[in-house]
Write a protein that binds this ligand. Structure first.
Ligand code: ATP
Ligand code: MG
Length: 580
């Protein structure tokens, strides 16, 4: 036997052996692991896909790694399809590079430092990409470029939990566009948005897109691809048809504004003994919440700020923070009394000195309002915000509530939890400015390269797939990323007939290139069925004595639970048909 042929036979046998559960290393666990709270975490441990090494650090075992490779293949195909060129960049980066962009400070404790060299472990790769561009992209003719890699990132996440959803070491597809024009950036960004839709759809995920503001990173547009899940860490306001989705921190809705009556009656003080809350006030005065102006008082740095909201509307601290441009926190009861001579429930905008007074847009220009009189147990009636007080500005300051109409009119909003799968970001020239990565334009002038940055969490795709596709018994893989497509169960390994049929089908499937896992363990049928449901391959083929006696085998579709009896000699054909 010639050497290569011998090698081929050996490797085929080894490969085939690995797909036999009697030989495979797939350590399944019956019990729910103590530290695992969310379904994907529990199931990935129970199905023997991953094992925790240390907080936020996971070993990927063969079954899990098989899925990871399938996901990476899909990501690669779609990145290649938009003209992406694959790199492999170093995870160890010189710290100077990170100092130049100010990100040693920006990442803070999240950045892993190396003890015995001035190096950091890269949490992302804008710096290295920009460094390469600076040194090797010379002219506008060298662009556009789309550069990507699938590589391990390191982030010292403070509370790594939720399994691989938030690891300290994780695999990211990160890509970067380099352009000479802003139109070029838009194009690269749109290409990524389309590629991301294809990737997540192919991975069997039902996602939605959140248009986030460009935030502190200094770009001009970004979107997050998210998945609805109770296991998520973000809170999102989502329209019924997903056409509007925004982080609760910035979400808006269509809510009626306060009315401005033609006549503005004169101010009147009313005695409201022991009335503290808006609900109590509405009940006591028998009025609608919409005529009540609630006051909440915050410190914005050292300035006391009175925020007026309609009725029971909830102040959104993030919105307040961006209006004030500084950190904010609620004022302490003693300071409030010291500054106003009244307690929380009796504060109002009229005659209040030394405060910045801002109001929610819902109250813009309203009159006929009731608010605190800055005297305990008293309120003022007929307040006209234009006549009686100096409002420093009207802003969107309220938190949207479930059931309100989406700002685009697309039905009612739901407030859901979400997991971020990916992020696309128009960086602009932030990094090329700080690293002086320039190109020569048509006139020979040096200009900063215009960049975009785009990330996808590979582990998150896998965990999210499980979050969305599981039941009480285990995982339910989509064909696209299932580690194996078919799971053969030989019900009784003592029966020669059963073993013969199961082996035959196993070999047939391998020959036609269908990924198959074969449970050939000498254990009880109940144990095998439980494992098959836990591991979650799309099709289970059950080879048992009783059915064989009638010339049949059973095929179970994991997703629907449907069981189909198939003639033994038709089994390969039927399996192929069910997989298409
Ligand atoms: P998050 O807000 O969840 O921390 P991020 O904004 O820090 O995410 P990016 O820097 O945009 O994330 O990274 C791109 C992608 O990498 C994310 O969309 C996510 O899918 C993935 N990712 C980020 N941090 C982690 C992590 N700690 N573990 C696993 N995947 C991660
Ligand atoms: Mg993060």
């Amino acid at each position: 036997m010639s050497a290569p042929f011998f090698f081929l036979v050996i490797s085929t046998i080894y490969n085939r052996n690995c797909m036999r559960l009697s030989k495979a290393f797939i350590p399944t666990v019956k019990e729910i692991p103590n530290d695992a709270v969310i379904p994907s975490h529990q199931l990935m441990i129970r199905a023997g896909m991953v094992r925790l090494l240390s907080a936020g650090i996971y070993s990927w075992l063969p079954l899990g790694y098989k899925v990871m490779k399938k996901v990476c293949d899909i990501v690669r195909e779609e990145m290649d399809a938009i003209g992406g060129q694959e790199f492999h960049l170093p995870a160890l980066n010189p710290i100077e590079l990170w100092e130049e962009t100010g990100r040693v400070k920006a990442f803070g404790d999240n950045l892993f430092h190396v003890k015995n060299r001035p190096l950091v472990l890269a949490p992302t790769h804008e710096e290295v990409i920009c460094w390469i561009a600076k040194n090797h992209v010379e002219s506008y003719k060298d662009m556009p470029q789309i550069w990507y890699q699938i590589q391990t990132k390191f982030r010292n996440e403070p509370r790594p939990r939720s399994g691989v959803l938030r690891g300290r070491q994780f695999l990211m597809k990160d890509s970067y566009t380099l352009d000479a024009t802003w139109e070029g950036l838009d194009k690269g960004y749109d290409l990524h948005a389309e590629a991301y839709k294809k990737i997540f759809t192919r991975c069997g995920l039902k996602f939605f897109i959140v248009g986030a503001s460009s935030g502190a990173m200094g770009g001009s547009g970004s979107q997050e691809f998210m998945l609805e899940s109770d296991s998520g860490e973000d809170t999102i306001a989502l329209a019924e048809d997903n056409s509007y989705a925004a982080n609760l921190e910035i979400a808006t809705s269509l809510v009626p504004k306060a009315v401005r009556h033609t006549e503005s009656k004169s101010l009147e003080e009313i005695h409201t003994p022991n009335v503290k809350t808006i609900d109590e006030l509405a009940a006591f005065l028998k009025v609608d919440h919409s005529v009540l102006a609630k006051s909440v008082v915050y410190w914005a740095d050292k300035t006391p700020v009175l925020v007026l909201l309609m009725g029971n509307d909830e102040l959104n601290e993030s919105k307040l923070m961006s209006v004030m441009g500084t950190d904010v926190h609620p004022i302490e009861a003693e300071s409030l009394f010291g500054l106003t001579g009244a307690d929380g429930g009796s504060i109002g905008p009229v005659g209040l000195n030394g405060f910045k007074i801002i109001a929610d847009k819902r109250l813009e220009g309203a009159n006929g309002l009731i608010s605190g009189a800055n005297r305990n147990d008293y309120h003022l009636k007929n307040i006209d915000l234009q006549r009686d007080c100096k409002i420093d500005g009207y802003y969107d300051l309220r938190t949207v509530q479930a059931g309100e109409t989406a700002p685009n009119g697309a039905g009612k909003l739901r407030i859901v939890r979400g997991i971020e799968l990916g992020h696309i970001f128009k960086l602009g020239t932030k990094y090329s400015d700080s690293l002086k990565a320039t190109y020569l334009d048509e006139k020979g002038e040096a200009k900063p390269i215009i960049m975009g940055s785009y990330g996808i969490g590979i582990e998150r795709i896998i965990a999210c797939h499980i979050e969305q596709n599981h039941d009480a018994n285990g995982i339910i893989w989509d064909k696209s990323i299932a580690p194996y497509l078919v799971h053969i169960i030989a019900v009784n390994m003592k029966s020669e007939k059963v073993v013969e049929k199961a082996e035959h089908l196993y070999n047939q499937l391998l020959e036609v290139g269908i990924d198959v896992l074969y449970d050939d363990r000498p254990t009880t049928p109940g144990f095998k069925f439980k494992d098959a449901d836990l591991l979650g391959m799309p099709l289970q083929v059950i080879v048992g004595e009783k059915n064989l006696a009638n010339g049949k085998i059973e095929v179970k579709i994991r997703k629907s639970g449907e069981r189909i009896l198939v003639d033994v000699d038709q089994s390969l054909m039927k399996v192929k048909e069910l997989l298409t």
